[in-house]
Design a protein around this ligand. Structure first.
Ligand SMILES: C[S@@+](CC[C@H](N)C(=O)[O-])C[C@H]1O[C@@H](n2cnc3c(N)ncnc32)[C@H](O)[C@@H]1O
Length: 311
C-alpha cells in the first residue's frame, strides 16, 4: 500500500512493519483491517495468530495460526479499504470511484475539492490519485464524521495528502481561499445545486465538476443549475456486472460439442496433446465464468460538467 517514507514521498512498502495497517483476508467476503503490533495477537475461527510472526513478511503473505489455520495479509489499498472501512454513511464503491477518477482527470499534483466527506471512501482513492504532490480538501458539516474520517486517514497513512474541514458547503460554499485553484470538484450532497455556483468559482478554467446523486430528480435540478456556467454536461449510471470464475468439470458428448458446452461462457478447455478436443464423450476440467447472483445494481448517477472557458 501507499505509505509515507521519511522523505515524504509516497512509496509502495513491500514488507510489513510494526505499526502498519494490514488487511486480514479470510475469504473474499470476510476481510478486516488490523493494525500490526509486535506484542498483539489476532484470534479468529482459524486459531491464534501472533502479529510478531507477520513483521518482516511481504504484503500478500499467507500466515499460519497455532492450529495450522491460515489467513492472507494484504496491503491496505484504497480498493480494499473501501470494502473494510466502517460505514458511517452511504459510500461510493469501486465502479463509481474509478469512473470518477478517470472522468475528473485526476492525476498526480491535482488539487481536488470534495464535499461531503462521508466515510472517506472516495477521498482515499482521490488521495492516491493526486499523490505525491497534489492535495484533497474535503468538507463535511457533520463534526463527528469529519473527525472519524481524519482518524481513518491517519491510519491509512494518507493524512498528509488530505485536509478535512467542517463546513456547510450547501449553505456557505467552499472557502474563498481556493478560488480559481481547483482542478476538479466532487459533490456527494443531498442538494448539490446549492453548492454548484461556489464550485464553479473554485475551479481553474476548464476544470471539471462531478456530482453524485442517487435520484434522477436531483440530477435534473443540478443540470439546470450547471447550464449557467458549465458546458459538456453528461450524466452516467455505472452498472457493474461481476462474474464468478470457477474451475469445474464439463461433460462433452461425441460430435456434440456446442450442445455439451451448455449455456456457460467457457474460457479454457483442456485439449489433447495434438490440440484437438477429441471425438468421444469425456469429462474435462474447464474454467467457467457466470454472473454472480449478488451483483450490485443502481448506486447513483454521476453528472460531469466542464467549466466554460472565458470568451
Ligand atoms: C453519502 S455521504 C458521502 C459519502 C462519500 N462520498 C464516501 O464515498 O464515503 C454524504 C455526506 O455529506 C454530508 N453533508 C450533507 N449535507 C452537507 C452540507 N450541507 N455540507 C457539507 N456536508 C454535507 C453528510 O454529513 C454526509 O457525510
Amino acid at each position: 500500500m501507499l505509505s509515507m517514507d521519511p522523505g515524504k514521498k509516497i512509496s509502495f512498502q513491500r514488507r510489513i512493519c510494526d505499526g502498519d495497517l494490514a488487511i486480514v483476508y479470510e475469504r473474499h467476503d470476510s476481510m478486516k483491517a488490523v493494525k500490526v503490533h509486535e506484542g498483539s495477537e489476532l484470534q479468529n475461527r482459524f486459531g491464534v495468530f501472533k502479529h510478531a510472526d507477520w513483521i518482516g513478511k511481504s504484503f500478500g503473505s499467507k500466515v499460519f495460526s497455532n492450529k495450522g489455520g491460515f489467513i492472507y495479509l494484504l496491503a491496505p489499498t484504497p480498493e480494499l479499504w473501501t470494502l473494510v472501512l466502517s460505514h458511517r454513511t452511504q459510500i461510493l464503491y469501486i465502479a463509481d470511484i474509478s469512473f470518477v477518477i478517470s472522468y475528473l482527470e485526476v492525476i498526480p499534483g491535482c488539487l481536488v475539492l470534495e464535499s461531503g466527506t462521508g466515510s472517506g471512501s472516495l477521498t482515499t482513492s482521490l488521495a492516491r490519485a493526486v499523490a505525491p504532490t497534489g492535495h484533497v480538501h474535503t468538507f463535511d458539516f457533520h463534526e463527528q464524521r469529519a473527525a472519524s474520517a481524519r482518524e481513518d486517514f491517519e491510519r491509512t497513512g494518507l493524512s498528509s495528502l488530505i485536509t478535512v474541514e467542517v463546513r456547510d458547503i450547501q449553505g456557505e460554499g467552499f472557502p474563498d481561499d481556493f478560488r480559481g485553484l481547483a482542478d476538479s470538484v466532487f459533490l456527494d450532497l443531498p442538494q448539490p445545486w446549492l453548492a454548484i455556483p461556489s464550485a464553479g468559482k473554485m475551479l481553474k478554467q476548464d476544470g471539471i465538476l462531478c456530482s453524485f446523486s442517487p435520484c434522477i430528480e436531483q440530477v435534473q435540478r443540478s443540470c439546470e443549475t450547471l447550464k449557467a456556467s458549465f458546458t459538456d454536461i453528461r450524466t452516467f449510471e455505472v452498472l457493474l456486472r461481476t462474474y464468478e470464475v470457477k474451475e469445474g468439470r464439463m461433460e462433452y458428448g461425441a460430435g456434440d460439442e456446442s450442445d455439451s458446452l451448455g449455456p456457460l461462457p467457457c474460457k479454457r478447455r483442456q485439449c489433447s496433446s495434438d490440440g484437438s478436443i477429441g471425438s468421444e464423450s469425456f469429462s474435462a476440467p474447464v474454467i467457467m465464468a457466470r454472473p454472480c447472483s449478488e451483483t450490485r445494481g443502481h448506486t447513483g448517477y454521476l453528472t460531469f460538467a466542464r467549466l466554460k472557458c472565458l470568451q
